[in-house]
Structures are given as structure tokens and as C-alpha cells.
Design a protein around this ligand. Sequence first.
Ligand code: ATP
Length: 366
Amino acid sequence: MTDNAKHSLLRLMVLEGDGIGPEITSATLHVLEVVNDILALKMTFVPAEVGLSALRSHGTTLPATVVEQATQVDGVILGPVAHNDYPPAAQGGVNPSGELRKRLDLFANIRPARTRSNIASPIASSFDLVIVRENTEGFYADRSMYEGMGEFMPTPDLAFALRKISAHGSYRIARQAFELARQRRRKVTTVHKANVLRLSDGLFLRCVREVAAGYTDVEHEERLIDAMTALLIRDPRPFDVVLTTNMFGDILSDEACELAGGLGLGASLNLGEAHAMAQAQHGAAPDIAGKDVANPSSLIGSTVMLLDWLSTRHNDPRLAQAGRMIDQALDAVLMQPALRTPDLGGNTGTRAFADAVADKVRDLAE
Ligand code: ATP
């Protein structure tokens, strides 16, 4: 056990973000505080401002002190951010999500999607898969350059976007996927478009194949992104770990999440060698912000993933136990239609939903 685990003092930074961010973050913290008390984990929560509120108070959506602190804490919980509403960078608009992923070198975005009995899905079959998405390069204009943006416009009627794929980035995300597959059903499906993006996805695929050769106990198959979007809808059951580049992963995970019941259930963890950040799969959902109707399951589930990562990192099984308790409580509450939030057909508010999960955590502890 590390000193940190022995003396507790695990510090989690909490960034509310924009839109429904404050509501689902507060719901998540409520549940975390209950498990923290019950298991005497002595975690401390370090709140800080990012997004539009930080722009008003600090002149930037991502103050430098927040980035600095994020490198020093044990983990980060980030609420969704409305970066499309931010002003240009020169006026303080920085995407906290992309920037933190880059600055903390959170190269893997782990996005699980599974059906739950009793929750309606657009398809009949139940499934359980995880999308492992490269997180620091690809087609994201804020991630492909050391300085400047990977998108430019020589004339008002002409625009270019650069896509970055590196061997280093491809090897490490591939290893992450194959290691994860070993803890699951031992199958990796690599999704690409190397028939068109011959050089960039060709490089990605070459690296993945090299890594796959070292995992003879894991089945490996390859699918084109266009075919994969159809296969996923037709029958998601055969898929276990889906490995892909940044933007394909973003799109596929929304599809998988929707098939599993809806975006409000979409948990995810951004992880690197030294840091991890829990973050819901969805955006800031401005259409429902401030109405106490958002489903906080996404961020609560993301935090369960963070607790699991912290448990391994600090060799402290109590943290994994905390995660399991929250997960079971979440499952139990979601099983009851009357306790669900409106996106899942219920009429329970965000706060009341969090109360129900917290109560269930207490029941499980007895
Ligand atoms: P971004 O581009 O930032 O990912 P987006 O345009 O994809 O954002 P979201 O904010 O993810 O949009 O929302 C898409 C839809 O899903 C909206 O109708 C929103 O209300 C709904 N939604 C997203 N998250 C939740 C949630 N936690 N609970 C309920 N509904 C949600």
C-alpha cells in the first residue's frame, strides 16, 4: 500500500463545467461523500472552476492554476463543458476537456456500453462492450499541433483539417485495449478506414497488428468504420473491446451508448500513465440545464471507473469496494422505473435520483 493509501488523503479535483455539469457533479459528489463516510476512505474533494464561470471570474475557461493542480491531485472529476459556446482562445476560450487530456497525457478514453435488464434499448439483444478510443491525436484540431490549430482556412470557401496519427500513440492505445481484453472476453475489434486513409490509418493498423502479435491469447479482428456502424446496430453482441482512433471512437461510443439505453448512462474514464479523469460521454446538454432533470448516472458511473483505477494504482482494495457499492446501488435504482430520470422515461429529478442512489449505498453497507 502506498503512503497515500495508508494515510488516506486521496485528493480528487472536482470541476463542475457548464450546462448540466453543476447538477450532475453535485449528484455524483453526494453519492461519493456517502461511500467516503461509510468506508472511512478519507478522500478529500478539491473544487475548482472551469468553463463559463471561470471565464467570468478568471478571464479564461481553463485557469493555469487548475491545470497545475490537476497534475498534483490523485484524480479529476470533470463535468461536461460547453466549449462550442466559448469565445476564441485570444479571449480566454480554451476547451478544458481537450486541454486537460493533452496536458495530463490522458491517451486512452475508455467508454463502456452495456444494456441493463429492464431499460429499453432500440435493439432487442443485450450486450456489453467497451470502446477504447485514442484521446490525444486524430482529427481533433486542438490536439494535432504543438502550436496553433490543426485546422485552417486559406480562403472563406476553403478549409483543411490535419489528422495526426503517431506510432507512439497507436502502440500505447493498442496495448491498453489488449490488456483490457485480457480482463474481459479476450477479443479486440480494431476499427479504421485504412482503405482510404492509407498512410495514417495504415500506420495505426500496422502498430495494432504488431501489438496484437504479442497477445496470442486475445482474438483480433479488423473492421472498417462504415461497416462497423452498421454491424453495431445489427448485432452488438459479438463485440468485446473495440479499439479505434479519436474521432471514430467518439462517434461509435455515442452510437453504442444510445443502443444501451441513452446518453445519460454513458460513463467514461480518460487515463494515462500517471493521471486519470472521470468524465461523462455526453456534452453539457444546454437544452435541459438548470431544470433538475439531467441523468447523473453517466458521471456517477465515470467516478466508479476512477475509483477502480485508483484502487489498482494505490493498491487499496477499499477503493474498488467503494466503486462496486456505487455501481450496485446505481444498478438497483435504475431497475426501478419510478426512480428513473425523464430521459429514461421516469419523472425523478437529478437530486432525488442521487438521494436514491445514496440511500441504496447505505442499505448495501448494512
Ligand atoms: P457535445 O458536442 O459537447 O458532445 P452534443 O451536441 O453531442 O454535445 P449533448 O450535450 O451530449 O449534445 O446532448 C445530446 C442530447 O442528449 C441532448 O438532447 C441532451 O439533453 C441529452 N443528454 C445528454 N446528456 C444527458 C443526461 N446526462 N441526461 C439526460 N439527457 C442528456
